[in-house]
Design a protein around this ligand. Structure first.
Ligand code: UD1
Ligand code: CA
Length: 483
């Protein structure tokens, strides 16, 4: 975008988040398939800062582990028992090289909608005006609870006062401190050293750095952000849901603008990392989650949840629940299919109605159309699996695989008792229990001969509707033996 890369971004994530009423640390709650902290880190990473530090304290190990997972190059900084955003920032600085110079950004781990673009604009405004501090601010209808931005008669920012320390006139100010700032590194370090804890909350406030810079005659700027969602933090689960819905609205809109048809944006949920090709249609009540990728010209939904799935161009997936599986080009899935991890359906294949698959490959053009469980199987190309079949993969102790060749025509209600192999071009009859390998081109049948016991119903179920119907139809006719 520009060459304004900050020297460091410090993400504050040491707070407790008590209003979440959760055993899980607040910053690890998820929206859009990513933790709140993950969103903050991703926005920071977009700036390619030289250093990225995350300040932790509450549930320290869980949060630190998560940071290592989502951003291994980030430095985890521990805040000590001194409270406040100022102390948190100082602890972040202490974890970075002592000779740090240039621009340092401070952001929060619980402000998930903030974008790289907004941060970039803050850095540019800060550096172009050669400011010592630039505060990201917003004008809001209800400023209650926020720090207020104090300006002098010329409009220059002179300080920030917290709600709890503000007088009535200050509380009437509607320009709030978002808590996101750009600082000159040296000023930030020296100013923090002068900030105490003499305030209503007994905390070391980062906001006091603004007043220090002003008193030292350094320039303090404000960058007003008009998109209020981007500075909104999560404090409780009501806000979590509201920000999650707004994030989703933005993600869905981005896909629509890129050429995806979304029939009902209100019931379509798309995680931030999902990719969708042009001219794909998403039908109502569909969730595309995790690292899912969908090709072009596909049709997904209605009522479909795909997690970490890869779907090829032109595929159709109707009323399906699937995860960690691959659907080939032009393939068809559902309605009412359940794809468990490591299922692969190749091009133009079919996984039909009431079919469950797991750890199985179904080759190009092969079809499993109805009422079937395919577990631990490899099916070649162009084969057809008859309705109501089961790949019997579990003997009560061990799992085993079934291999089906190419261009097989296998009957309905077959049981494939693994481990077993069916050769290319083989057939099987209805109701076959395939316990032995079937050679290529053979017809497998395992039927016990059927017996028709003539007159059995009239003799054994007299007076029933069945017996009356049988009598009316003259039961002793047809091929069979006496009952
Ligand atoms: C802070 C600002 C306030 C601003 C508001 C915006 C200060 C003193 N006040 O207030 O001006 O309007 O944010 O949301 O900075 N944190 C730590 N360590 C701490 C305390 C907080 O890491 O000791 C982190 C929290 O995890 C959170 C962020 O800093 O991510 C803000 O903390 P919070 O307690 O929500 O600050 P506010 O009182 O809301
Ligand atoms: Ca807050």
């Amino acid at each position: 975008m520009t060459d304004h890369h900050p020297t460091a971004v410090i993400v504050l994530a040491a707070g407790e988040g008590t209003r979440m009423k959760s055993a899980r640390p607040k910053v690890l709650h998820m929206i859009g398939g990513r933790s709140l902290l993950g969103h903050a880190i991703a926005a920071a990473q977009g700036l390619s800062p030289t250093h990225l530090a995350v300040v932790v304290r509450h549930e320290r190990d869980r949060v630190a582990d998560h940071v290592k997972q989502v951003c291994p190059q980030a430095v985890v900084a521990d805040q000590d028992e001194v409270k406040g955003t100022g102390r948190a920032t100082e602890c972040g600085l202490e974890a970075l090289p002592a000779d740090l110079s240039g621009t340092v950004l401070v952001t929060y781990g619980d402000v998930p909608l903030l974008t790289t673009t907004a941060l970039q604009e803050l850095v540019v405004a800060h550096e172009q005006t050669a400011s010592a501090v630039t505060v990201m601010t917003a004008r809001v209808p209800d400023p209650t609870g926020y720090g207020r931005v104090l300006r002098d008669e010329t409009g220059q920012v002179v300080g920030i006062v917290e709600q709890k320390d503000a007088d009535e006139a200050q509380r009437a100010i509607d320009e709030i401190n978002s808590g996101i700032y750009a600082f000159d590194a040296a000023l930030l370090r020296s100013a923090l050293a002068q900030v105490g804890t003499d305030n209503a909350q007994g905390e070391k406030y980062l906001t006091d750095v603004v007043g220090v810079a002003h008193r030292e005659g350094r320039r303090v700027g404000a960058h007003v952000l008009s998109d209020l969602w981007q500075t909104e933090g999560v404090n409780d689960r009501v806000q979590l849901a509201a920000l999650g819905a707004e994030l989703n609205r933005r993600v869905v809109e981005r896909h629509m603008r890129a050429g995806v048809t979304v029939v009902d944006p209100a019931t379509t949920w798309i995680d931030v990392e999902v990719a969708i090709g042009a001219d794909t249609t998403i039908l109502p009540n569909t969730q595309l989650l995790g690292a899912t990728t969908i090709g072009a010209n596909a049709t997904i939904g209605p009522d479909t949840t795909l997690t970490d799935m890869e779907v090829g161009d032109g595929a159709t997936i109707i009323r399906t629940h699937g995860s960690l599986s691959v659907i080939g080009e032009g393939a068809g899935v559902g309605p009412f299919a359940y794809l468990r991890p490591n299922s692969r359906l190749d091009a133009k294949g079919k996984i039909g109605t009431f079919v469950e698959t797991k750890n199985s490959t179904i080759g190009a053009g092969s079809k499993v159309p109805h009422l079937t469980y395919v577990g631990d199987a490899t099916i070649g190309v162009g084969s057809n699996i008859g309705a109501a079949s089961v790949f019997v993969n579990y003997d009560g102790v061990n799992k085993a695989r079934t291999t089906i060749g190419d261009h097989c025509r296998l009957g309905s209600d077959n049981m494939y008792v693994a481990p077993v192999t069916v050769g290319d071009g083989a057939y099987s009859g209805a109701g076959t229990i395939i316990r032995k390998d079937v050679p290529p081109g053979a017809l497998a049948i395992s039927v016990a001969p059927q017996r028709n016991m003539l007159g059995w119903v009239v003799a054994n179920r007299p007076g029933t509707a069945a017996a009356e119907a049988a009598q009316a139809a003259a039961t002793d006719e047809g091929e069979g033996e006496p009952a």
